[in-house]
Structure formats: structure tokens, C-alpha cells
Design a protein around this ligand. Structure first.
Ligand code: PAN
Ligand code: ZN
Length: 183
């Protein structure tokens, strides 16, 4: 009998097979509205990291991946720290997100560039439909962490967002998070 070595406990994913990807401010060129300010800030600042478990090879049909993302609190100008955001490479693949710690906003955009948002907090559960770009912003003063489960063959299309961005950005307007239309 082998010893089980995979745990999702107290909001953390642990085990020898768990991998971590850290995203620094230097990795997020062109992501925030105020790019001039972003380059002046500390480039080694960790903006978010993802602990994830891939039980099968990426691209495996029918497989599932599991991850926990932690976004640090902070802003670039008025814009909250957030994930890069993406569509899935295979467009008809959905995903679940759920809030674990902190407060934030899930920003969703369909192919017609229609944006909507859902508040994230501990216990909130979010279904991301197929063909919908998704990004999370941390609107609080604590680390925002959320769980995610998605198909192993979903893949990532970061390019579309890199070129066209989201149609709205989440900004701190006098202490209130507001989705500000960009087009
Ligand atoms: C998540 C995201 C994670 C980081 O696991 O990949 O929160 O966000 P970006 O990938 O946009 O940088 C997910 O949505 N997987 O499909
Ligand atoms: Zn995704």
C-alpha cells in the first residue's frame, strides 16, 4: 500500500506532485492600463502564484486539473492587482472557480466582448462557461485565494487578451471597485 501524498487542506494544495508558477510584476507587461507606472514599480514584486496538480499530461481528453491561485493585495495606479486572464485554447471548455480567502472580483468576457463580474469571497462558487475569458482582481487588503478545476485539454489562449485586452477594467474609484469600460 502506498502512502497518499496529495492534500487540499486549509486552503492549500500540498504534495510532492504539486507544482507552483509565480507571476511577478515584470511578467505583466502591457496588462495594466498604466504601463508607465508599472515599469517604475518594483519588478520583482510577486503579483500572484498558482499551486496546481496535473494528474495527466496537458491535452489529455477527459482529464481534470486542480489549482489554487493567490493574488497579493495592491494596485497599479487605480487598477487592482489581477491575473493575466485568458480564453481556453479549446473554446468549448468551461471551469469552476471558488473563493477561499479574501475578497475580489471575477471578471468574465464573452466573444462579443460583453463583460460581467461576480464578487468573490470565501465560499463563493463560480461557473465559467465555455468560450468566456476569465480574470480575477483582488479588491481587498488581504491575499485573495481561490480554487480552480478545469479540463486537462482546455489549454490557454493568452494571445487574444494580450492583443485586445478586456473590454472593461476593475478600478478603485474612491475606495469602491468599479468596472470601467475601455471601448
Ligand atoms: C487558472 C489560472 C490562474 C492564473 O488556473 O490559470 O488563476 O491566471 P492566468 O492563467 O490568467 O494567469 C485557470 O483559469 N486555469 O484554466
Ligand atoms: Zn482558465
Amino acid at each position: 500500500m502506498s502512502t497518499h501524498d496529495l492534500f487540499f487542506m486549509n486552503g492549500r494544495l500540498e504534495g510532492a506532485a504539486v507544482k507552483r508558477k509565480t507571476t511577478y510584476l515584470k511578467d505583466l507587461s502591457g496588462v495594466f492600463k498604466d504601463e508607465n507606472l508599472r515599469v517604475k514599480m518594483s519588478q520583482e514584486l510577486v503579483i500572484y502564484d498558482v499551486d496546481f496538480y496535473q494528474p495527466v499530461e496537458p491535452g489529455t481528453q477527459g482529464g481534470l486539473f486542480f489549482g489554487v491561485t493567490r493574488i497579493q493585495p495592491g494596485q497599479v495606479g487605480e487598477e487592482y492587482f489581477m491575473t493575466r486572464g485568458h480564453f481556453h485554447a479549446i473554446v468549448d471548455r468551461g471551469e469552476f472557480y471558488w473563493g477561499i480567502n479574501g475578497t475580489g472580483m471575477l471578471i468574465l468576457m464573452d466573444r462579443n466582448r460583453k463583460v460581467r463580474s461576480e464578487e468573490m469571497k470565501p465560499g463563493s462558487l463560480h461557473y465559467i462557461p465555455a468560450d468566456t475569458a476569465h480574470r480575477v482582481a483582488n479588491t481587498g487588503n488581504d491575499v485573495l485565494s481561490f480554487g480552480a478545476c478545469w479540463p486537462a485539454d482546455a489549454g490557454y489562449d493568452y494571445e487574444e487578451i494580450k492583443i485586445h485586452g478586456f473590454a472593461a477594467r476593475l478600478m478603485n474609484k474612491n475606495g469602491v471597485p468599479q468596472l470601467i469600460n475601455q471601448e
